[in-house]
Write a protein that binds this ligand. Structure first.
Ligand SMILES: Cc1ncc(COP(=O)(O)O)c(C=O)c1O
Length: 400
């Protein structure tokens, strides 16, 4: 069954304005159902979970558990306590980087195309002498060099790798990566910030050990993220942020840690965000993850085709849109990508991203200032893609 774009777009009040939003890899728009769910928390039961005995607190506790189960089911995790609520993907990765019991000199393997959020936490550990960072190269078409991966996986403690790249939309062969890693006794964490919002991800089938994603890239409230971990592995982690909510009891010199997942959720939480994230997932499930993937591919095909006809455009990654999810990242001759994005906004109200997309390391290694990036979500339309191509053609004339 396809999607009813007219009905869907009516759920996003901002789409009534004359604008085209192609910056979904950064943050998606939010449907009114999500905003209403967060408002309901603030208006109807704005208390804290887990502590107070009164009815409002009981309602928050119940809603948080319900939300946790919705997230659990969405990614097919075995148990609700395998879902840790965080602020975002970045915090989830930092949680692992700071609580994993690395032996001095343990190897952590990443790709050469990581977002700063999956690079800097490891660099900090390397600078402290805790780990050694191993970097796997991409091939000339920006897909991961699996021969290099196979060579470098030996002796690695943890692979922490991007699932779908925010830079060019390329999805790594994570099933193969996880199999090879496990064969070599390495654990795997996926940075799933750009995969979970766009396609079905089943952590059980993948057998992935840890996985991080952000709610605001999938219709959810800002500042809401998730760390998934296999229960047996989460239980072995050290603490990260600690304080209220993370302990059952304490005296002046000692404390007894809470069970999972509270052990990792320090302080009072973003309850409205948690409830809003669950509502976002309900919405995505109604649309259907397969439909989302299909719609993004239709849009990617159309934009790829349109841009390919313009002399001087170079798309990052493989030309085949099937290999670039909902992302079209490109350069036009030597024009500064920020200039392209600014002109698209000023001339046609088209919002896109430009620059290094927090993957400075890759652009620096390739002596590039960055790219202009259009990123879709299922509510975008072919008419919007046409408008993008037309606006861009006008800009191109300006640079001739
Ligand atoms: C691939 C990838 N990883 C990590 C992040 C960081 O996400 P957040 O800022 O929500 O923590 C992003 C955000 O753009 C991303 O695209």
């Amino acid at each position: 069954m396809g999607i009813n774009l007219k009905k869907i777009r009516a759920d996003f009040p901002i789409l009534k304005k004359k604008l085209i939003y192609f910056d979904n890899a950064c943050m998606t728009l939010r449907p009114k159902q999500v905003v209403e769910a967060t408002n309901e928390y603030y208006y109807e039961f704005p208390g804290c979970a887990g502590r107070s005995m009164h009815k409002i607190a009981a309602k928050v506790t119940e809603e948080v558990l319900k939300s946790r189960k919705i997230v659990q089911k969405f990614i097919s995790a075995k148990k609700p306590e395998e879902i840790i609520f965080t602020r975002n993907t970045t915090e989830a990765i930092n949680l692992i980087a700071n609580s994993f019991k690395f032996k001095k000199g343990s190897k952590v393997l990443i790709s050469d195309k990581e977002h700063n959020s999956n690079l800097i936490p490891w660099q900090v550990l390397e600078k402290k002498g805790v780990i050694k960072l191993v970097i796997v190269n991409s091939k000339s078409d920006n897909t991961l060099d699996m021969d290099d991966f196979e060579k470098k996986i030996k002796g690695v403690t943890l692979v922490s790798i991007v699932h779908t790249s925010n830079m060019d939309g390329v999805t790594n062969p994570v099933k193969e990566i996880i199999k090879l890693a496990h064969k070599n006794n390495s654990l795997v964490m996926l940075d799933a910030a750009q995969s979970i919002p766009h396609k079905e991800v089943n952590v059980k089938k993948l057998d992935v050990d840890f996985l991080a994603f952000s709610g605001h890239k999938m219709l959810g409230p800002s500042g809401m993220g998730v760390l998934y971990g296999k229960k047996s592995l989460l239980e072995k982690l050290d603490t990260f942020m600690v304080g209220g909510e993370t302990v059952i009891d304490s005296n002046y010199h000692n404390h007894k840690l809470e069970k999972l997942p509270e052990r990792f959720e320090a302080g009072l939480q973003n309850y409205a965000g948690i409830i809003g994230l669950a509502e976002a997932i309900k919405y995505l499930k109604k649309v259907g993850m397969k439909n989302i993937e299909t719609q993004e591919l239709i849009l990617n095909k159309a934009l790829t085709e349109g841009l390919s006809q313009i002399e001087g455009v170079k798309i990052l990654g493989p030309l085949d849109p099937k290999q670039r999810a909902g992302i079209v990242s490109f350069n036009y001759k030597n024009v500064d990508p920020h200039q392209i994005a600014l002109l698209m906004d000023n001339s046609a109200n088209i919002m896109m991203r430009s620059g290094a997309h927090c993957v400075h390391s890759w652009f620096n290694a390739h002596k590039s200032k960055g790219s202009a990036r259009a990123s879709f979500y299922f509510y975008n339309t072919l008419e919007e893609v046409d408008a993008f191509i037309n606006a861009f053609k006008k800009i191109v004339k300006f640079f001739k």
